[in-house]
Design a binder for this molecule. Structure first.
Ligand code: G6P
Length: 610
């Protein structure tokens, strides 16, 4: 999961490519490079580290060109260094390639190419592609045909772009399994991994599909399938704005995204609640809602934070729909020949809609004819396009690598689906209306929680040097404990575990001493008394207790070392509130440790490799 950008037109491509790469750094940031064609001469500049370092190098070089490609890398094959950074060139430096994805048969191809006399400079899998293209060109094939022939020998995934100094009028781009879009401008065109890289220049976007190869010229583009069939592509006008993907005065994207959750959650539910009927309206499910309501089983499949949202969804569906629900890691689901019946509904949750495992699981479930629904944030993403139907969370672009507002948006959408389907089954009008009423109060409650930012920052200060953390919750708040622990791990590099509070007695309690901070998610619900007992158990072993509790709870002050008091709501919606203090806690701990919260080490926002 790297980021790729390309430009062809009459402007200098360097600022366009650098601007685009900076927007794509969420996809990887261990090395970066650009390749340009300058009047028949070609040049590559690349280095280890972030795009800003590449920018400095380019400033010193004073390069200008009207055609170029750029890449920001998240290493899979070969360590992050300058040699392994993209673009990769052919033997005589006339062809440049940038690639996002994994070439699974690269060892075989490498052996074959070495045999033909090709020498390899990097340890990457990507480099085989450019030599393979050259080998086809040397056999007398045209540039586009050689790309096509090379790609038909490649197993694996790619979103890639190639330029050729002997034919500097075009960029050739192709996709299989890794995202790719074309931006259409006035006598200039762009390619990129996603729309955010191009939005400063154009809103006219073409989504390239798997198995397509596109020749992008300054004034046109020609799309074909990998089998050389002509195809017509639609140009779609996207609504994303530049302001939506800027930091808006905040020091980091992550804090911006945490602090705007009262708005993003409102946007996730806007226009979707019908008070009079005590139900929800989700246009994307209109054609399938009866089939969904009649499902014998629901499976929710996802990765990372989206998987935690799926776990909350399981509680919602089983409580209100009484349909057996299972949650599956997408990566596990797809490889074990899952039992899927035609009357199953499989819901795929993915912020990006591009996570390779989630997409592969979706394709597997579609093959087995289940009803496949997508819950995505990125409009037009692969999961969204390939599902039978779905619901967008409308949280706005999420740039911080650690997911925050997408998680709360996912919870809102899962709760809306629950309400809609429960009313089709046996939820009464009165109960439906109560849920709608509670929904409507959520954005204001989030606003109140965000006002606790300073208090949570002080707590973070006391624990910034902790080596371990335990997060405990019960019922609906068990997945929130997992998510709180994940947030801390991701950005502060502190080891943290989330556990069901009662299960803690079967292992993690052995870790508890006076140095162990234990975060309890303890709202006043039916599990409250039990969780109070669990708090007592930790207190008896001198663990430091941080409790997320309700505003009217005075009992907990006696037991906890720190309490964060948040408003009450119904159980189903509680995770939308309880997770926010945990996001803030992780954020402040990481900032106090001096870490880069938007781009934590080794992680990427969108994992488009398996
Ligand atoms: C990566 C990100 C996580 C995200 C997960 C799933 O690991 O760092 O924040 O939760 O991928 O991504 P998705 O886009 O499918 O929700």
């Amino acid at each position: 999961m790297c980021g790729i950008v390309g430009y062809i037109g009459s402007k200098n491509c360097i600022p366009v490519i650098l601007g685009g790469l900076k927007r794509l750094e969420y996809r990887g940031y261990d090395s970066a490079g650009v390749g340009v064609l300058l009047n028949g001469v070609s040049k590559i500049v690349k280095n280890k580290g972030k795009v800003s370092l590449l920018e400095k190098k380019l400033e010193a070089d004073k390069i200008e060109s009207t055609i170029g490609i750029g890449h920001t890398r998240w290493a899979t094959h070969g360590e992050p260094n300058e040699i392994n950074a993209h673009p990769h060139a052919n033997q005589d430096g006339t062809l440049f390639l940038i690639h996002n994805g994994i070439i699974e048969n690269y060892q075989t191809l490498k052996k074959q190419l070495r045999h033909e006399g090709y020498t390899f400079r990097s340890d990457t899998d990507s480099e085989v592609i450019i030599h393979l293209i050259e080998s086809f060109m040397k056999k007398g094939n045209a540039f586009q045909k050689s790309v096509r022939l090379a790609l038909s020998e490649v197993d694996g995934t790619y979103g890639l772009a190639i330029i050729n100094s002997k034919e500097p009028d075009r960029i050739i781009a192709a996709r299989k399994g890794s995202p790719l879009v074309i931006g259409v401008g006035e006598k200039e065109n762009y390619i990129a991994s996603d729309v955010s890289a191009l939005i400063a220049h154009t809103k006219n976007i073409v989504y390239v599909e798997d198995g397509e190869i596109v020749e992008v010229y300054a004034d046109k583009f020609v799309a074909k399938t990998i089998l050389d069939e002509d195809i017509e592509k639609d140009v779609i006008e996207v609504s994303m704005t530049l302001e939506e993907i800027d930091k808006g005065g905040h020091p980091t994207f992550m804090i911006k995204e945490i602090m705007e959750q009262h708005e993003s959650v409102f946007n996730s539910m806007r226009g979707r609640l019908i008070m009079d009927e005590g139900t929800a309206k989700l246009g994307g499910l209109d054609t399938v809602v009866d089939r969904l309501a009649a499902s014998k089983r629901i499976v929710i499949s996802a990765c990372g934070t989206s998987w935690h949202a799926a776990l909350v969804g399981e509680y919602m569906f089983e409580q209100f729909l009484r349909i057996p629900t299972e949650v599956e890691y997408a990566s596990e689901f797809r490889y074990r020949n899952p039992i899927i019946q035609p009357d199953d509904t499989i819901i795929f949750i993915s912020q990006s809609g591009e996570t390779a495992d989630t997409l592969a699981a979706l394709r597997e479930a579609k093959r087995k004819r289940a009803l496949c629904l997508g819950v995505c944030n990125v409009v037009g993403s692969s999961v969204a396009r390939e599902s039978d139907a779905g619901v967008y969370i409308h949280a706005g672009p999420e740039i911080g690598v650690a997911s925050t507002k997408a998680f709360t948006g996912q919870l809102v959408v899962l709760a809306l689906i629950t309400l809609l389907v429960a009313r089709k089954r046996d939820l009464s009008l009165a109960d439906g209306k109560k849920i709608v009423e509670e929904f409507n109060s959520i954005p204001d409650k989030i606003r109140k929680i965000l006002e606790l930012n300073d208090q949570i920052e002080r707590i973070a200060n006391d624990f910034k040097n902790a080596k371990n953390f335990l997060y405990l919750g019960r019922g609906y708040n068990f997945p929130v404990a997992l998510e709180g622990a994940l947030k801390l791990k991701e950005i502060s590099y502190i080891h943290a575990e989330g556990y069901p509070a009662a299960e803690m007695k079967h292992g993690p309690i052995a870790l508890v001493d006076e140095n162990m901070p234990v975060v309890f998610i303890a709202p006043k619900d039916s599990t409250y008394d039990k969780i109070i007992s669990n708090i007592e158990e930790i207190r008896a072993r001198k663990g430091k207790i941080i409790a997320i509790a309700n505003e009217n709870d005075s009992e907990i002050d006696r037991l906890a070392d720190y309490t964060v008091k948040i408003p009450e709501t119904i159980r189903m919606l509680m995770p939308i509130l309880t997770v926010i203090p945990l996001q803030l806690l992780a954020y402040h701990v990481a900032v106090k440790k001096g870490l880069n919260v938007d781009q934590p080490r080794n992680l990427a926002k969108s994992v488009t490799v398996e």
